[in-house]
Design a protein around this ligand. Structure first.
Ligand SMILES: NC(=O)c1ccc[n+]([C@@H]2O[C@H](COP(=O)([O-])OP(=O)(O)OC[C@H]3O[C@@H](n4cnc5c(N)ncnc54)[C@H](OP(=O)(O)O)[C@@H]3O)[C@@H](O)[C@H]2O)c1
Length: 296
């Protein structure tokens, strides 16, 4: 079935170009690839070694079965309305967008004219298409939409070497907030750690090198041992003296880092306690110290 599908990309930027490249490798044929600027569309077609560069989104749809709208989130609604207004027979086609937060409801103008609609969010970073495809090992795709869109998205996920997981439209904001914490906010947390080290004379670049074995080891432990077993440090040791010393130092050094430490310290206490690594008495004591610090 895969080989019979033709896919058009509306908004062939980082995600659109990368998915088109990988779909082509997976046996799909690529139709029109549109961008606002001609040079962007040409660059995408060159990268994919397939497809037709377009500046007109309606023209890019052509005779494709699957339409992937990979414009920035804020352009998806406009594109859907614009495509609905174009002279296109939508029956038998499936339109998707790739936003993590928005549901497929935003494509309802296309459903009203006969298209199946869905969203397909690849849980992966897409900084540079060439780099992404060179280290591609598949990823999870979080999917929602009508029955046909869900079925075909599951097939596409498998053809892309990944795994599709169906969620509901209502779950998307929570799903995406969670993914944001696990990826973007993790970066922010590391940045904050590096800022603190800068205060004691460790430059950023050296700090990154120093933290890398620690961070990579933590990721490996999470993968091999599970989240709870990967947790080490003063919280699981119930070492309140060390935590008090941290709070004192952070309070003097950086108010934002101190607040973050208190909040994530409470989460860490919860994780440790729920997994039997901290007694309820130790948990209460620790939360008391963190809350008292926060209130003072
Ligand atoms: N980046 C990620 O890591 C990531 C991960 C998962 C999902 N997503 C989702 O994937 C989608 C695309 O993100 P991205 O990072 O690939 O964006 P991007 O690199 O900025 O690419 C967006 C593309 O859309 C084109 N475009 C903008 N408005 C358009 C319009 N009205 N008609 C046709 N083309 C238009 C742009 O063309 P020009 O170049 O000509 O301006 C550009 O090529 C978003 O929904 C995002 O939430 C992103």
């Amino acid at each position: 079935m895969v080989g019979r599908y033709k896919v058009s990309i509306i908004g062939a930027g980082r995600v659109g170009s990368t998915l088109a490249y990988l779909l082509k490798q997976g046996g799909y044929s690529i139709g029109g690839m549109s961008c606002r600027r001609e040079e962007s569309a040409r660059r995408a077609v060159e990268f994919v070694s397939g497809g037709v560069p377009c500046r007109d989104n309606g023209e890019a749809v052509g005779d494709s079965d699957i339409i992937l709208i990979t414009t920035p989130d804020q352009a998806i609604a406009t594109v859907a309305r614009q495509l609905r207004g174009a002279r296109i027979d939508w029956k038998g086609r499936i339109a998707y967008h790739c936003s993590g937060c928005l549901s497929s409801d935003i494509l309802s103008p296309l459903a009203e004219v006969g298209s199946a609609i869905g969203s397909l969010h690849p849980l992966h970073t897409f900084a540079q298409p060439a780099q992404t495809v060179s280290r591609w090992k598949g990823c999870y795709f979080f999917i929602e939409g009508d029955a046909r869109a869900r079925q075909v998205a599951l097939e596409m996920s498998a053809a892309l070497g990944g795994k599709g997981v169906v969620i509901s439209p209502q779950q998307k904001p929570l799903y995406h907030a969670s993914a944001t914490m696990a990826s973007n906010y993790l970066v922010s947390l590391i940045w904050l750690s590096l800022l603190l080290w800068e205060r004691i004379g460790i430059p950023f670049s050296e700090g990154v090198s120093a933290l890398m074995p620690l961070m990579k080891g933590t990721f490996e432990d999470i993968e091999k041992l599970g989240v709870a077993s990967a947790l080490t440090g003063p919280v699981v040791r119930g070492d309140l003296t060390t935590i008090k010393a941290h709070l004192q130092a952070l309070r003097e050094a950086d108010k934002m880092a101190w607040q973050v430490y208190c909040k994530i310290g409470a989460v860490t206490a919860e994780l440790a306690s729920r997994n039997g690594l901290l007694s309820s008495q130790q948990r209460e004591e620790l939360l008391g110290i963190l809350q008292a610090a926060n209130a003072s």
